[in-house]
Design a protein around this ligand. Sequence first.
Ligand code: HEM
Length: 355
Amino acid sequence: MFYESSALTRTGAAPEPLQATLFGKGTVQGLDGERHRRRKGVFVRLLDAEAAADLAGRVTQGWERIARQRSGQGEVDIYTASHAVLADAAFAWAGIPVNRHEMPVRRADLVALFDDAVRGPWAHLRSRRARGRAEQWLAAIVRDVRAGKLDVSTGSALAVIAGYEEGGELLRPRVAAAELLNVVRPIVAVAVFIQFAVHALYAWPQVRERTPWHDARHRQAFCDEVRRFYPFFPVLVANAKETFDWQGVRVHAGSRVMLDLHGTNRDARAWNDADTFRPERFLADPVPTYGLVAQGAGSVQDHHRCPGEALAVALIDATLGHLRPRLDYSQPPQDLSLDRGRIPALPRHRFQLGC
Ligand code: HEM
């Protein structure tokens, strides 16, 4: 119903504080119908298997660089290091030029867009300021590309989004900037899944020990189970355009409809043993339709389903390829609980990597 019903619209559905931080205004998340399908096509084409392989390679190199640079200097906080590795890979892959001096602020702004958006008034303000700064910076780059002042590699996210036209007109530079952020921001947000994946390695030692890590199918199943099991993006929202009945419930025009993602991922009606971390379920049982909704559901082209699912899995997998053999499992953390009062939720323990 949430994906197929013509009685629902995404336009204006996300609360303003989320549009002003996480999503941006005028972006694909708030479009409906043909306009959505066309703009969505840009993301679907950009985020193909080749992009996933390219980015995964850059991420592996990023972790190797950290290992070399930090060798003998003690421990590295994995969450913070993931932000740097993912942001550097995202900017380079997208063709967005960032000089060495400005890199710290550009990385921090990407993190603030998803990590600070709904964490109290001060963090929220930080997130709003980060969006303003990042959009202004990228809008100037988009103008330079269009004016021919900046060389940009053909087919890169920057070139494609800067040149994308709707109804015969280029996107306003600020909207193009927000769409560029829609590509690079979520790549950095994969850092949250990386925290959960590392948490799973410690919390479920029997899974860690029995998984044949050399087998790509088992690694994919592990990543899918991380996406199913852990809470990340909590709910999706849409507005009812007209009054309708659904399964005995009257939904009034103008009311907000929410889809509970984590609740669906852990619903015992859809999953056997829903509260157990068991990657093998993705090898044996067919995945229930509309069961795994960690990144939305429905059709990627026609609905709002995330176009970055395969990419997210590839980046978790590339990172685990580096981290898994290097983590010290002889000293598991005392506190393996999750901080669910935080959005995004994170393990309370800050995992470290010995260098
Ligand atoms: C970090 C892990 C990720 C999570 C938890 C996540 C989650 C989601 C969710 C829940 C949606 C909304 C689905 C809906 O409205 O029905 C979405 C949409 C979207 N995601 Fe992701 N995503 C992730 C990674 C990515 C990546 C790596 C990219 C691209 C590089 C990406 C780009 C997008 C875009 C552009 C949309 C908007 C699609 C639309 O409105 O049609 N996401 N994502």
